[in-house]
Write a protein of this length. Structure first.
Length: 428
């Protein structure tokens, strides 16, 4: 069964496109179940993050066009709005791509660790939707193992470079010292938690965390000396914030131009630094046109991120070598599936011969025949019957000049025999 990886990411598509094809948690299960009903797709998992939306599929053929058609139809987009950014990786390229993604080698931040957790969530969601079969199950388990090996055997994650860290680094560049400033974080997921911890470690003066579920925000805020508010309280606290960093799963903007304008008036136009990490975006793009606002999206963080990549380049080379080797191992396992039916039939044939010979031997013992003679006859019959067909086939191969088949038999049965070269009358 062929395996494919489809999708778009930060390398192929701008944030405007990525946010339109993101799968919300509410629609992920629906998408998975629809996808496995598309023609030859028999297994599927979907990874949807701020930087990528990818489909991992086990298919009965290589008709990839049906997946693209479903993808743009599901998101109510015209084909030409998606196709220029859409990629399809088959077989070896697909396995290599998935291993590279899980190991952080295809991330906006080289080696960032968050993606592995997101990959595990994608696998869990597909399992819950019952769209994972033997192929993807094995592929994901192999992927998690390889990502762990890359982490432990290389320095790919030695420095704390991530989208969250890049946002905080940019904050430190905008403001000379964070200890005199207030940060308002919107959301309470993994990315915001990382941002909060980085800000805390860098001595942020005040920390406010806003979330739809106040209890979840309070848990994080209390741990880091901050305080929590609900999203409905944002207008009352926005003017306090020098730094606003947002990352939620909302399908609609959290902050609009009007709310920010009101906050700026209260602040008497004291500058605000804002980073929108979410896809779809949490902050309306028009906010970036306001004076005294410095608005950055995930795409704008790339330059900051690039500065932290140099120390990871050698580690990435080592990781690529590990992945190349592990791709070969997985493809070998996939090819071994082709032999399953033949192995099963061969074993069943051998077991049938064994059972027949054993039945004869047991009758001979019951009739009082000498046990030693029975055992010798049993071993002779088993040997003759087991080897009869292979020997006849090799003899036939020799008669027909099928030296390739004789070579295969020598390799299959580990025989120390040299077959004559083609065109030669005598063995060499």
């Amino acid at each position: 069964m062929p395996v494919f990886a489809f999708g778009i990411n930060h390398k192929t598509a701008p944030v405007e496109i990525r946010e339109r094809v993101a799968f919300s948690p509410e629609r992920l299960s629906e998408g998975l179940k629809q996808l496995v009903g598309q023609g030859s797709v028999s297994e599927a998992a979907i990874l949807s993050t701020c930087n990528r939306t990818e489909l991992y599929c086990g298919m009965s053929d290589d008709d990839t066009d049906q997946v693209l058609s479903w993808f743009h139809n599901f998101h109510n987009l015209a084909r030409d709005q998606v196709e220029p950014y859409f990629y399809a990786h088959p077989e070896r390229d697909a396995v290599q791509h998935i291993l590279r993604v899980a190991s952080g080698l295809d991330s906006l931040v080289l080696g960032e660790p968050q993606i592995l957790g997101q990959m595990k969530q994608a696998y869990s969601a597909a399992n819950n939707a019952k769209t994972v079969g033997p192929l993807l199950n094995r592929l994901f388990q192999h992927t998690f193992s390889v990502a762990k090996e890359v982490r432990s055997d290389t320095a790919i994650g030695a420095s704390p470079v991530s989208v969250a860290f890049a946002a905080v680094s940019l904050s430190k560049q905008i403001f000379s010292g964070l200890e005199k400033h207030t940060a308002l974080l919107i959301g309470a997921g993994e990315t915001i938690e990382l941002v909060a911890r980085h800000l805390h470690e860098n001595g942020i003066g005040r920390l406010i965390i806003a979330n739809r579920t106040v209890e979840k925000a309070h848990t994080l805020a209390s741990e880091l000396g901050g305080y929590a508010i609900s999203l409905s309280e944002l207008p009352d606290h926005l003017a306090e914030a020098d730094i606003v960093i947002s990352s939620t799963a909302s399908q609609l903007p959290i902050l609009g131009k009007g709310a920010v304008e009101s906050a700026l008036k209260v602040r008497k136009h004291k500058p605000m630094f804002m980073v929108d990490i979410a896809v779809p975006r949490d902050i309306e793009a028009e906010v970036g046109n306001l004076e005294d606002v410095y608005l950055y999206t995930v795409d704008d963080l790339k330059e900051i991120i690039d500065e932290g990549l140099k120390s990871r380049q050698e580690a990435a080379k080592q990781a690529e070598e590990i992945i190349d080797n592990q791709v070969t191992h997985f493809l070998g396992w996939m090819r071994s599936l082709d032999a399953v039916d033949a192995i099963r039939a061969f074993r069943e044939s051998g077991e049938q011969i064994r059972d027949q010979a054993t039945e004869v031997a047991l009758r001979q013992l019951q009739s009082g025949k000498d046990p030693e003679q029975v055992v010798q006859e049993l071993s002779r019959q088993l040997t003759n019957k087991m080897l009869h067909t292979p020997c006849e086939q090799m003899r036939e191969a020799g008669y027909n000049g099928r030296l390739d088949l004789l070579d295969a038999a020598s390799e299959l049965f580990q025989l120390n025999v040299l077959t004559p070269e083609k065109g030669s009358d005598t063995p060499q």
